[in-house]
Design a protein around this ligand. Structure first.
Ligand code: CP3
Length: 349
């Protein structure tokens, strides 16, 4: 199936585009009342994510309702620990919780590299349904967590401000840390390849907890494994979003990926200088900018587009859209990107 709107893929590959493509991290779920309506008929997030027809339905909602240039498959990064033998629960208003965690070699011996074909078939099934229903309208983004971020949840057992148990492991047991990271990496490579085989047109690696590591630890325990994943995926473009990893931008220039995500703390021109001309940059409006008035959102979005210029750019927020954001404000952001970036191309500004 040929894509009718392939702006995102062309931008990722560094080809010229008539305008800047736009989508939002966490666009599926979180903000749409239409999502809540589907979700409220079920026991919770996990039932929704593991029911392919419904996961497909909420994946398509932002494409139909918001007009984004890509769909992202409705799932979660935590399906990988689950498939490795560490099930999670999603506690309402609190977030993920793991009844069992990894603390010792004995804990590690109880888990395995995921058998994606059997344990994650519900995700590839959902992807196939989405692809059919999209019928080539826009590309589909597949995703996974970066090994370090996944390890952080597997050790901590849930969310945390500091993830100090996980960071402690890097100091106290580097051998166990490396073994666990390698198992996650192998599971993730298989998983992304399965998503691509099912129809994902591009994949993104979310390193949400990149910013809590020292630069040395980030290189040794996160970039090393992300780089294995990038090297293993050559079927489609790869995006790496490492939230808070401002200190690693220069190293990320050498990753075998097409796009680097920027959060809103990262200066756009500096990032371009550090990362170089050979990558597409994705981001990076502060999600809080969408609490502004429509005029303020327009102005802040234009300012962002001007800073990126007519170069390799995929417009997005600097992190996931916040749950209480008004969908109408999201539309202002999306429409401003579409209109103003087309204007910028025509004026070469
Ligand atoms: O982008 C999308 O909309 C696709 C779906 C998606 C979800 N989670 C669905 C979800 C994606 C890409 C994710 C990624 C994810 N999950 C990350 C990386 C991105 C980031 O925001 O940093 C992380 C760290 C997680 C782990 C996670 N999942 C947490 C901490 C929570 C609870 C708080 C929250 O973010 O809502 C979740 C739950 C979750 N994942 C929900 C959704 C729609 C809410 C569940 C519900 O409906 O109750």
């Amino acid at each position: 199936m040929e894509l009718q709107n392939d702006l995102l893929i062309r931008a990722a590959r560094g080809e010229a585009t008539e305008r800047t493509p736009v989508w939002l991290m966490r666009q599926a779920g979180r903000i749409l009342p239409e999502y809540r309506a589907v979700r409220n008929k079920l026991s919770g997030f996990i039932e929704l994510a593991t029911t392919p027809e419904l996961a497909a339905e909420v994946t398509l909602q932002p494409v139909d309702i918001l007009g984004v240039d890509a769909a992202i498959i409705f799932s979660d990064i935590l399906v990988i620990p689950e498939a490795m033998g560490l099930p999670y629960e999603m506690v309402e208003k609190k977030g993920p919780y793991f009844p069992n965690t990894i603390q010792t070699e004995d804990d590690l011996a109880k888990i395995r590299v995921a058998d994606v074909a059997s344990d994650l078939a519900y995700v590839t099934e959902a992807i196939k349904i989405v692809k059919k229903e999209l019928n080539g309208r826009v590309p589909l983004i597949g995703f996974a967590g970066a090994p370090w971020t996944i390890m952080a949840y597997m050790i901590e057992g849930g969310g945390s401000k500091t993830f100090s148990k996980a960071r402690r492991m890097l100091y106290n047991n580097p051998v166990l840390s490396d073994k666990l990271l390698q198992m996650i990496t192998e599971s993730t490579i298989q998983y992304l390849k399965a998503q691509i085989a099912a129809g994902a047109n591009i994949v993104q690696i979310f390193d949400s907890w990149a910013g809590i590591l020292s630069p040395d630890h980030y290189k040794a325990y996160s970039l090393k494994y992300i780089s294995q994943i990038c090297d293993a995926i050559d079927e489609v473009p790869v995006t790496v979003f490492a939230k808070g990893a401002f200190f690693a931008r220069q190293e990320m220039r050498h990753l075998n990926c097409e796009t680097i995500g920027l959060d809103w703390n990262m200066d756009i021109q500096n990032s371009r200088r550090l990362i170089g001309e050979q990558k597409t940059l994705q981001g990076n409006l502060d999600p809080c900018a969408l609490y502004g008035s429509p005029l303020e959102i327009e102005n802040n979005t234009k300012k962002m587009l001007q800073a990126f210029g007519n170069t390799r750019h995929i417009a997005n927020l600097g992190h996931g859209v916040y749950p209480d954001t008004d969908p109408e404000k999201v539309k202002v952001f999306i429409n401003t990107v579409k209109e103003y970036s087309a204007y910028m191309r025509s004026k070469e500004v």
